[in-house]
Design a protein around this ligand. Structure first.
Ligand code: PMP
Length: 411
């Protein structure tokens, strides 16, 4: 036999892609019903935070994370343009080498001011912020107690750090305490919670949970991705609204939602926090954000500090949409509006996709969410409101839901 002859393996036509066969089949089954692909929508033109052209038609956007409508704010856009001209298109390097420009320091200063905290560290995405902070502070031999419905980036951070993962039932205070009681004495513990859970739009009982975590000697990290800018008197999140901001050790956030651009961050008052810049691999071993992005983020964050009118209007929109959908007979993820996310529960994926398409044809875009991203195997139409939706637009949205719901037979 020649040395370079191919090695024969029993393959049955299988290769490394075979594990994706079930999801390929699910997708083919869905599309064979003739429904438009809900995971392949293209926005041909974006007109404003709440309007885009999709399939040649002007569409109301009710499925973005643009909660505070900052993407077209003139000051934010100008700051980005100016930084692009002054500093170029990208840094081409890591934050710890050639990738820290004045703008990166400035956006970290803006975050420190926004949260009134001592330290802020900016990552290239929110995903990387969770991945980096969680994997770096909780390693082998440590314990991470987390809500079972935590975001993928939280789970991936746990896995990367190799700590013992102890999940508890969603938003269940007693279940969390039970898990904490079983952890061996002397072990390092990190409790990871989210302010708003993005699938159902429900809020965590942080006041109780943070108190229990502290009683058990744990450090606490709260991901406030979906509440920054909106919830709390100053938009600092559920930690602010429930009065526990001074008790938590780390707040994780993103620039990809209320801030209106891309990037992630962690803020903390821990006196040793700055060492994270040298030991956190997803911070160190990647290029820093482009100057235009950090300039838009800094400007947006500073404007969000004075966003109380927008916050009030967004609450009105949320409450109005929730009440209207409930009155139409839709099944919703929460009893009342707890955040800017209103989840409409669909009977199954087929009807969910049909409803999604019917809404789009009527000129309304929402997110179709399905397992494994959703809890309890649910198919959801996730509506996320924007402070720039007018009261009139919310009424139009309800009319479109009524027409589509009747057409598909869901109401
Ligand atoms: N945390 C939560 C709770 C999220 O929902 C998301 C994104 N949807 C992230 C983190 C990651 O944020 P980014 O888009 O900045 O990566």
């Amino acid at each position: 036999m020649q040395d370079n002859a191919p090695v024969s393996r029993e393959s049955d036509g299988k290769d490394l892609f075979s594990k994706f066969d079930p999801i390929i089949k699910m997708r083919e089954d869905l599309l064979s019903s003739g429904v438009e692909d809900p995971f392949n929508l293209v926005m041909e033109q974006v007109l404003s935070p709440t309007r885009a052209i999709c399939n040649g038609r002007e569409t109301i956007l009710l499925g973005t994370y643009n909660y505070m409508g900052m993407t077209f704010d003139p000051d934010v856009v100008d700051a980005g343009k100016q930084a692009l001209s002054d500093f170029g298109t990208g840094t081409t390097g890591s934050r710890v080498l050639n990738g820290t420009y004045q703008g990166h320091k400035d956006v970290e200063d803006a975050l420190k001011e926004f949260y009134a905290m001592d330290h802020a560290m900016v990552f290239s995405t929110g995903y990387q912020a969770n991945l980096g902070i969680i994997s770096t502070i909780a390693g082998k031999g440590d314990y991470i107690v987390l809500d079972i419905d935590s975001h993928a980036s939280i789970y991936d951070g746990c896995k990367m750090g190799d700590a013992e993962i102890v999940p508890f039932k969603h938003n269940d205070i007693e279940a969390m305490e039970k898990r904490l009681k079983r952890i061996p004495e002397g072990a390092g513990i990190l409790v990871v919670l989210e302010g708003v859970y993005s699938m159902l739009g429900d809020v965590a009982p942080l006041k109780e949970m943070v108190a229990i975590a502290k009683r058990h000697g744990a450090m606490v990290l709260v991901d406030e991705a979906h509440s920054m800018g909106f919830i709390g008197e100053n938009g600092r999140g559920v930690v602010e609204a429930q009065g526990v901001i001074d008790e938590v050790d780390f707040i994780i956030g993103t620039f990809s939602k209320s801030v209106g651009t891309v990037g992630g961050f962690c803020v903390s008052n821990h006196p040793k926090f700055e060492i994270m810049r040298l030991v956190c691999r997803p911070y160190t071993f990647t290029a820093s954000l482009p100057p235009s992005v950090v300039a838009t983020a800094a400007t947006s964050i500073r404007k969000l500090m004075h966003g109380s009118d927008k916050r009030a209007h967004l609450w009105e929109n949320s409450k109005r949409l929730h009440a209207g959908l409930k009155a139409l007979g839709f099944k919703l993820g929460t009893e009342t509006a707890e955040s800017a996310i209103i989840a409409v529960i669909m009977p199954d994926l087929g009807q969910g996709a049909a409803m999604w398409e019917a809404l789009l044809k009527e000129g309304l875009y929402v997110n179709l969410a399905r397992p494994p991203a959703t809890p309890g195997n649910m198919t959801l139409l996730r509506c996320s409101l924007c402070a720039e939706h007018t009261t009139e637009e919310v009424k139009t949205i309800l009319d479109i839901f009524e027409a589509a719901g009747k057409k598909v037979g869901i109401i």
